[in-house]
Write a protein that binds this ligand. Sequence first.
Ligand code: GDP
Length: 433
Amino acid sequence: SPKVAIIGRPNVGKSTLFNIITETRKAVVKNQAGVTRDIMIEPVDIWGKQFDLIDTGGITEAGDIFSKLIKEQVTEFLHSVDLIVAVMDGRVGLVPEDRDIIRVAKQTGKPFLLVINKVDSDQDQDMAKADFYEFGVDVVAASFEQRRGLAEILEWVVKQIPENPGTVKEGMNIAIVGKPNVGKSSICNAILGYNRMIVSDIAGTTIDSVDSPFVYNDKKYTLVDTAGLRRSAKREEDLEIISAFKSQEAIRRADIVLLMVDGTVGPTDQDARIMQAILEDHKGVIVVANKSDLGGKEVPEYRKTFREQVERVFHFFTDVHIVFTSAKTGYGLEDLFEMIEKVAHQMTFRVPTAELNDFFFETIRKAPAPVWGTTNVKFYYLTQTYQQPPAFIAFANHPDGVTNSYRRFLIKHIKTNWDLHGMPIRIFCMKSR
Ligand code: GDP
């Protein structure tokens, strides 16, 4: 993945920034100037973009930046990275070493952001920046201690990194989870049997393969961890603890999870825990109510009862997608495939920032966020992250003041506006000015 280097003189706050972004305490923050440290590298995922963050404390602080040898080393190192974030001290102001660092960074031709740290009040921002405008580079004023300016720094970094680095993933991974005996194996066999194009039927694919690819509407999907499900003598796996553990693993590997329940029984508290796990892992999800053939003649009544049960047991996610199936008769299979296709589509939904903000400002104009204490919560803009399912970041003056109910209100409107019902949409709030 791309490499993002944090450079700067000693004590400007490089390690603090590194620690905040990586959420580790790896880089030791020290107060003694000139103590050489090793380079710290940590892979991170910010809003769906992956990169390696590098704290260069060890080299850029190694004594005299003016010395020819050090400068050569630093220059060479900077040529090996993709983005450069230079941190300077706003309290101290611009010093000669900073000019040197800026010059070296600019000469690489890499995207370069100048961060002025320790700017602790809004009033100081423009003053602090003024010193650095002469260099004609992107500048952000920040206070790492007060968590100011981080939104701008992260946004800058994330914007520079191209989408889908490396290989484009082929098709969605689908996991089938649920309690024993609800019909997971049966539906797995039905899906794969229904589908003439399954790759595991093609010569050369091993029968015992863990994952089973299939094709629907010319699109490729993969059922993950099907080896256990497809085995007929699998009764020993009916122990709930084993199946719960296996579910965790399957959920982790999936993009879309089919949470299967016995439609005639309805979801239980254990299903609610599985659903929580799915949501914590941020996956697309479909509740599959199987054994519909046993649901009795009154189909609409049966469905209505099931929906009510879903709203009660999954009270934290009431608009979840539901499909009624019978693995025994094949009923509902077509609906299930269509729903999988719809969820795959919803997962990859992207809206341009301009369109998103037209909608956003219209929504908050009609129903502004409630006042927080004595302050008005002011939103600056909304942006979509690169995550699946869709997630958004709202930049506000007081993110703490955005209540959960207002967040739910925004999510509801987003879902309605772009037909994202049934998706576990998230909105993060970040401080901006
Ligand atoms: P698993 O433990 O979740 O994998 O469940 P299985 O697929 O092994 O199914 C458990 C039992 O329910 C078996 O006896 C299946 O034949 C039966 N079964 C599965 N799906 C259906 C269905 O849609 N209707 C009916 N009537 N029985 C089903």
